[in-house]
Design a protein around this ligand. Structure first.
Ligand SMILES: Nc1ncnc2c1ncn2[C@@H]1O[C@H](COP(=O)(O)OP(=O)(O)O)[C@@H](O)[C@H]1O
Ligand SMILES: [Mg+2]
Length: 157
């Protein structure tokens, strides 16, 4: 068991389940930063885990990796946060569907994000019903216990 639990290596394989342990919010941000280098245009990241598990914290690291100075805000206020990636025309979207009813999800025009040539990180993506997945879908699943987080990253193809 222990040997599969890596800390801070950029060794994120797209063909297997990658398990990481972080011991602080900063470590989770750092993992997000390393993970960002695997993201390509059109990718969608489904962030899973309970409220307070670290989905927004992980996203902060991803946002930072793309050269954005601002942090990803907890998107309870704005439904969608938008960032530049530095790659012309490719935007990074961070959205939180927590407050949305499944029936309202499509009314915010989510297809534009999910099917566009952008990169999207989605909290509470289990509210996304229907075929919002594409071939470039990742899942980042966070389990919390105290200050420790077990973070499982998988590419679902
Ligand atoms: N190892 C850790 N990884 C991420 N967050 C942690 C960790 N330890 C403590 N925390 C705290 O847990 C909270 C996570 O909040 P947040 O990222 O907003 O969660 P979510 O978006 O999943 O609701 C923050 O207050 C953060 O400081
Ligand atoms: Mg959040």
């Amino acid at each position: 068991m222990a040997k599969s639990k890596k800390r801070f290596t950029a060794d994120i394989s797209t063909s297997k389940k990658n398990i990481f342990i972080t011991k602080s919010a900063d470590e989770t941000r750092e993992l997000g930063r390393l993970f960002a280098s695997f993201l390509k245009k059109g990718d969608i990241v489904f962030l899973k885990g309970d409220l307070g598990s670290g989905k927004t914290t992980f996203t902060q690291g991803v946002v930072k990796a793309f050269g954005n100075k601002g942090y990803a805000r907890s998107s309870s206020f704005a439904l969608v946060n938008e960032y530049e990636t530095g790659n012309d025309g490719v935007k990074l979207f961070h959205m939180d569907l927590y407050r949305l009813e499944p029936s309202d999800i499509w009314s915010i025009g989510i297809e534009e994000y999910v099917y566009g040539e952008n990169i999207s990180l989605i909290e509470w993506a289990d509210r996304l019903t229907g075929d919002a997945k594409n071939d470039n879908t990742w899942s980042v699943d966070i389990k919390a216990g105290g200050e420790t987080r077990e973070i499982i990253i998988k590419k679902r193809v």
